[in-house]
Write a new protein. Structure first.
Length: 267
């Protein structure tokens, strides 16, 4: 297994092998296709939430920021010390104008506080800095995800926020456990899939024994090859030079920008 997504799908398959899912209070369980599509949709919700939170916005804060029309925020912007959410491209355009006006006003106030004889041409020059904003998600992607959730009469919020009983997970012997959030039910399926399964993660070939090395890397029948193109090599060389080179500022900017995306940090 070569990725987190593959691992999740594998555990889902194992976890569902002896379980049934039904809407809470219903007598009939979903068929296998409906069950698998539900799990795939919840996995997509998790990926969506992860992308939002990597941009510095907790999921609970994100869904709580709906406007009066029920729209989720599309952008997070910073004007001066003020952080706010915006809900459309039109609002973003207005915020860009507000940002320019704010900088002009601040510049004028700064110049007014300096004695005229001390002003220089460089100080008088105003360079407008672009508006700092983050696009939180692709609207089309969210629309598709909402449609998939809607097929099960679900809302995005219900991944983490309980609003009543959602589903029953039925084990052998017709033993049912009720769950109120999508996170609870997918975690239960994962836990069931992990029963009797030993998971090992490898950061390098040196951590494998001879049999594992043969199965994953040396055996032509089972190994996975990844094609590396010239642009990949150039990008890798640039990355290495930036992270290991003598210039501190590019490295600092890179770390600050990507800090929230780090996984499996080895210290």
């Amino acid at each position: 297994i070569h990725s987190e997504r593959e691992m999740d799908e594998y555990l889902m398959k194992l976890g569902l092998s002896d379980l049934l899912i039904r809407p809470s209070g219903a007598q009939e369980s979903f068929d296998r296709e409906m069950t698998e599509k539900l799990m795939e949709t919840i996995l997509e919700v998790e990926t969506f939430i992860s992308s939002i939170e990597r941009k510095g916005v907790p999921f609970r804060e994100f869904v709580a920021a709906r406007n009066v029309d029920g729209q989720l925020p599309m952008y997070q912007v910073a004007i001066g010390d003020k952080q706010s959410f915006l809900y459309s491209e039109e609002e973003l355009g207005n915020a860009k104008k507000e940002n320019e006006e704010f900088q002009k006003l601040t510049h004028e106030e700064t110049l007014a506080s300096i004695p005229p004889e001390e002003l220089t041409e460089e100080m008088k020059a105003l360079v407008i800095k672009p508006l700092g904003f983050v696009e939180l998600y692709d609207p089309i992607r969210l629309q598709i995800l909402k449609a998939k959730l809607g097929a099960y009469h679900l809302e995005l919020d219900q991944y983490l926020i309980a609003s009543g009983d959602l589903f029953d997970l039925v084990e052998e012997g017709n033993k049912a456990t009720t769950y109120q959030t999508l996170r609870e039910i997918i975690d239960a399926v994962r836990m069931n899939g992990r029963k009797g399964v030993e998971v090992q993660r490898y950061k390098g070939l040196g951590e494998m024994n001879a049999d594992q090395l043969w199965d994953t890397t040396m055996d032509p029948a089972t190994r996975t090859l990844v094609r590396v193109t010239l642009p990949d090599a150039i990008a890798a060389d640039h990355m290495f030079s930036m992270l290991m080179g003598e210039e501190v500022e590019p490295r600092r900017r890179f770390i600050e920008h990507h800090a929230l995306s780090v996984k499996n940090l080895d210290i």
